[in-house]
Write a protein that binds this ligand. Structure first.
Ligand SMILES: Cc1cc2nc3c(=O)[nH]c(=O)nc-3n(C[C@H](O)[C@H](O)[C@H](O)COP(=O)(O)OP(=O)(O)OC[C@H]3O[C@@H](n4cnc5c(N)ncnc54)[C@H](O)[C@@H]3O)c2cc1C
Ligand SMILES: NC(=O)c1ccc[n+]([C@@H]2O[C@H](COP(=O)([O-])OP(=O)(O)OC[C@H]3O[C@@H](n4cnc5c(N)ncnc54)[C@H](O)[C@@H]3O)[C@@H](O)[C@H]2O)c1
Length: 474
């Protein structure tokens, strides 16, 4: 016997995207059903942002102990108790989990079904003995690691983001395939906690970010002892007595990489299998569910958001998508995704963060642009903290309109926030010039870069003539 439910909105997936839609709809008193087959909170809480940032925090403490002598504080090599590091990561997840729990969402007024969902026709979803006929459906099923077709891989007990945070013993030598944000964040965290780490990528490391910024991060990572092999093809992988061996080739010829554990950080693909999407007339692309700019699928009743839509794969992008579809569903207001206002951040040390267009994109779209830079080394606070590696790079168009900003350096992900606000509101360099930044903070690098934009004004004959004229009045 199945129970038929007819809510206004049926959300499939209880990760960042789905939970935001459900909580938002419930706040307006709209009947909403949320279906989750695994852990509430999805990847971000259980297998992504939260455990990775908790591990990175532990690693930062280990690094700070090693670096303490530079400040005159003598500590020596830290002793890492990896079981306790693991317990710390778990306890951070446990502290946040109640916010995403079935109990909390039920109390908010959301009907939560803990089951696997699938479409049985264009307008109906079936899950755990329920038949749901909703006015609108929102698919928020997230993404999973792409498993590359490398010969021998199926014989190896490889790790992914779903298993790496379960380790209670530090791998002696962690080999990571994929030098994107996941690979690089995990590489640095494990290295700082005492593992040997080798990263292999078929292309360039951190390829989605401006190379001028990533160079600074890659120099640091290599300086900390991480081996990063770029433009290296992996031909096969085999099991060895101690772990595994990768057979690779690059421009220098064939090479092998040996390690004790293998982590795949090879990119993400939207979770679409088993959802019955063909039945519901919903198309799938190579990266996820096909959507238009308002995040609608080919079936007008159905939206796809967050990682499942295969575009921007960040928790804050998932939350942004949720707000857009709620606007359309609840208020019938048109909503269009604007990727230019969504910041991107990678939490290596130094961090890289950016928003809007990078220099290349800005030149292609706007022709002549101004590019402003200011180094951390010229910032007093960065000097005090001995965090002088990094820079801000601002790209501005006509009348100083801010088109894009990239920051590499300490606190970059926090600092990008201000620029996100400016870009989302179409603001210009003069809005930064007229603001006052507290001293001494690293945020000042932005203001200094902007002042550099106006510096040529001080040398123009007209401005100097005006000053001379005004002088005459006393
Ligand atoms: C290691 C790592 C670190 C990351 N760090 C960051 C970071 O620092 N900052 C950041 O912004 N982003 C980060 N991300 C990305 C971020 O985790 C994702 O963008 C975000 O979790 C996407 O949210 P979502 O709701 O779309 O998907 P998910 O969080 O994956 O949620 C999808 C949910 O749908 C459920 N589901 C799937 N299919 C079905 C079905 N058929 N029926 C019912 N339920 C289903 C799943 O069980 C899952 O709980 C990181 C990712 C990884 C892997
Ligand atoms: N700080 C953050 O906000 C954060 C952190 C982690 C992840 N994320 C999100 O997760 C997404 C996925 O990150 P990711 O690092 O898994 O993916 P990615 O697509 O950014 O990088 C994957 C890398 O793996 C390489 N690769 C793939 N197959 C390979 C093979 N067979 N051999 C060698 N190299 C191979 C690719 O060349 C690429 O450089 C990111 O785009 C980001 O949106 C965000």
């Amino acid at each position: 016997m199945t129970t038929i439910l007819s809510p206004d909105i049926c959300v499939i997936g209880g990760g960042s995207a789905g939970l935001s839609v459900a909580a938002g709809a419930a706040a307006f008193g709209v009947p909403v059903v949320l279906i989750e087959r695994g852990r509430m909170g999805g990847d971000c809480l259980n297998y992504g942002c939260v455990p990775s940032k908790a591990l990175i925090a532990a690693a930062r403490h280990a690094h700070a102990v090693r670096k303490a002598a530079e400040f005159g504080v003598m500590a020596g090599e830290p002793v890492i108790d990896f079981e306790k590091v693991h317990a710390h990561v778990r306890s951070v997840i446990d502290a946040i989990a109640p916010n995403d729990s079935v109990e909390r969402f039920t109390a908010l007024g959301v009907r939560v079904i803990e089951a696997d969902a699938r479409f049985v026709d264009r307008d109906t979803v079936s899950a755990g003995g329920f038949t749901i006929r909703a006015r609108r459906f929102v698919i928020a099923t997230g993404s999973s690691t792409v498993i590359p077709p490398i010969p021998g891989l199926s014989e190896i007990d490889y790790l992914t983001n779903e298993t790496v945070f379960d380790l209670t013993r530090l791998p002696e030598h962690l080999v990571i395939i994929g030098a994107g944000p996941v690979g690089m964040e995990m590489a640095q965290a494990h290295r700082r906690l005492g593992a040997k780490v080798t990263v292999v990528d078929a292309g360039r490391a951190l390829a989605r970010q401006d190379p001028e910024l990533t160079r600074i991060v890659l120099d640091r990572l290599r300086g900390e002892g991480i081996e990063i092999l770029e433009d290296t093809r992996i031909l096969a992988v085999e099991k060895t007595g101690q772990g595994l061996r990768l057979h690779c080739e690059n421009r220098d010829g064939p090479l092998t990489v040996e390690g004790s554990a293998l982590l795949l950080a090879t990119g993400r693909k939207g979770n679409t299998a088993g959802l019955g999407l063909e039945t519901a007339n919903i198309a799938v692309t190579a990266t996820g569910i096909a959507v238009d700019a308002s995040l609608r699928t080919g079936n007008r009743r159905v939206y796809a958001i967050g990682d499942a839509a295969g575009g921007l794969q960040f928790t804050h992008a998932a939350n942004y998508h949720a707000a857009l579809v709620l606007r359309e569903i609840l208020f019938r207001l048109p909503a269009r995704e604007n990727r230019a206002i969504v910041p991107r951040a990678t939490f290596t040390d130094p961090e890289i963060a950016s928003v809007g267009l990078d220099e290349d994109e800005a030149r292609k779209r706007h022709g002549t642009v101004a590019v402003l830079r200011w180094p951390y080394a010229e910032n007093d606070r960065a000097q005090a903290e001995r965090a002088t590696a990094g820079l801000i790079k601002i790209v501005a168009g006509r009348r100083g309109k801010i088109l894009g900003v990239g920051i590499v350096g300490a606190g970059a992900a926090e600092m990008i926030n201000m620029w996100s606000v400016l870009i989302a509101n179409g603001q210009a360099l003069r809005h930064v010039r007229s603001a006052v930044a507290p001293y001494p903070t690293m945020t000042e690098i932005g203001k200094r870069a902007v002042i550099a934009y106006y510096a040529p004004l001080t040398r123009t004959p007209f401005v100097r003539a005006v000053i001379r004229l005004l002088r005459r009045f006393g």
